[in-house]
Ligand binder design. Structure first.
Ligand code: ZN
Length: 453
């Protein structure tokens, strides 16, 4: 091997990460079986403590200039829901009130009370309220005005702008279409030309970039694929090259990288794994039709938002500033169009038809990476050993873990077999709806609520 000093920075970093990870695995393999089982245990109590503590700081009294607050709500609430836990009623009430104050009088949600609405924080707020569930949370969303806001963010090119005057990218398309679909306000006007935009972002590698001409990336690939499914145009993508790209992002550490030649990172357990979960559902509901590979379900891609303000092509992928922008105008007459897009073909309602097919990734290796390398025993999950825990990585590592655990399931009614769940069976998390990344039960409740209201 070449001398260490002749390697590039990226090569050196990769070697160091592999050494750290392999040390963890070697120590683990030398342990007696009982210790191994303990080591693989999901530390639910500690995670819950860490998450609940973070949520308490989100009370109305703490509103400052943070432009990420609906995101923090979502990361925490979704993580708690994945563990099938609940927050106390007073905290729930406070959270709903807080999010209501983030809702702009003209539609959409800002990063805090009084801030201008932004698509990313709108997605986070809506997913938070859907995760909380119940009439108070769901009816607090002004769908009519939200439709107006979405329409205002629509660009003639087909894409969406993150906020008034903001950037057009795949993440903006996903957050707009996801919210519209969940709230049952998606119509032909919102969908028009979105597919052309997403298609122009699929790269020669097979993955999807944030904008035309950029590099394929896990977070954008999830957003782009989910959007194409939601608007019923998924067959326009080159799905076989997309699958090739995603499966080769799982590294020797067991976790996924976000881009070619980048380091493993726990949050991609959802972004890349979510892509495979979507492809699995497509495949199992369409037979062999368009996807040559079998299903797969599992880990992740980068979030449509994420941490404070990082650049969209940065390590963290979709991270981006959740700054506000926007105002909205009127375009009021199409808000009540009922969802013209048939998501049932990817819905869990039809997942009973899932064929038994192996996931196209190593689900157990990914679970091992999440539990041994990303999990902090004191609570919270992280990118990789040596990094600190945070709510974003806790949310997407747990989401990826859920995807893995359910990746072998033939249908939603039967729980995964113990062999699909690494560690004690008590590690099993709630299943998610992979198009929206909300817990499946909460999705069903919201779907029913917005269908009848
Ligand atoms: Zn990450």
């Amino acid at each position: 091997m070449e001398s260490f000093s002749s390697l590039t920075v990226t090569q050196r970093d990769q070697i160091l990460v592999e050494q750290q990870v392999f040390n963890i695995y070697e120590t683990f393999y030398d342990m007696p079986p009982r210790s191994k089982s303990l080591k693989l245990e999901l530390q639910r109590e500690n995670h819950l403590g860490y998450l609940t503590e973070g949520l308490k700081q989100l009370g109305p009294a703490f509103c400052v200039l943070d432009a990420n607050r609906p995101w923090i709500c979502y990361w925490i609430l979704h993580s708690i829901a994945l563990m099938d836990e609940f927050i106390d009623p007073e905290l729930e009430d406070n959270t709903i009130d807080f999010l209501s104050r983030c809702q702009d009088p003209n539609g959409g949600y800002g990063g805090g009370p009084g801030q201008m609405p932004h698509l990313a924080t709108t997605y986070a707020a809506v997913n938070s309220l859907v995760t909380l569930g119940g009439d108070k949370a769901l009816s607090s969303i002004n769908r009519e005005k939200l439709y107006t806001f979405l329409w205002q963010m629509k660009d003639p090119s087909g894409g969406f702008r993150m906020h008034d005057g903001g950037e057009i990218d795949v993440r903006a398309c996903y957050t707009a279409i996801s919210v519209a679909s969940l709230l049952n306000i998606l119509d032909d006007d919102l969908v028009q030309n979105v597919g052309n935009y997403i298609l122009s972002c699929q790269t020669y590698e097979g993955g999807i970039a944030g904008e035309p001409g950029s590099e394929a990336h896990g977070g954008y690939t999830f957003c782009g694929l989910a959007t194409m499914i939601l608007i019923n145009e998924v067959d326009r993508l080159d799905l076989s090259s997309l699958i090739d790209w995603v499966v080769f992002r799982q590294g020797v550490e067991g976790g996924f990288q976000g881009r070619t030649n980048k380091l493993v990172d726990g949050c991609y357990s959802f972004w890349q794994g979510g892509v495979l979960a979507l492809l699995k559902r497509l495949h199992s509901t369409k037979g062999e039709k368009s996807i040559p590979l079998d299903d797969g379900e599992d880990s992740g891609a980068e979030s449509p938002q994420s941490t404070a303000s990082s650049d969209a092509t940065g390590e963290e992928g979709l991270n981006e500033d959740l700054s506000q922008g926007g105002s909205h105008s009127e375009h009021g007459d199409q808000h009540d169009a009922s969802c013209r897009v048939n998501v049932d073909n990817i819905d869990h309602n039809s997942s009973k038809m899932h064929a038994k097919v192996e996931p196209p990734f190593n689900s157990l290796a990914l679970q091992q990476y999440i539990l041994l390398c990303s999990q902090e025993p004191n609570g919270g999950l992280r990118d990789k050993p040596g990094k600190s825990r945070d709510h974003y990585h806790t949310c997407y590592c747990l989401s990826g873990l859920s995807v893995c655990q359910h990746s072998w399931s033939e249908d939603e009614d039967s729980p995964p077999s113990p062999s699909a769940v690494l560690g004690p069976y008590s590690n099993l998390l709630e299943p998610i709806h992979p198009l929206y990344n909300v817990v499946l039960d909460r999705y069903h409740e919201a779907h029913e609520f917005f269908t009848r209201s």
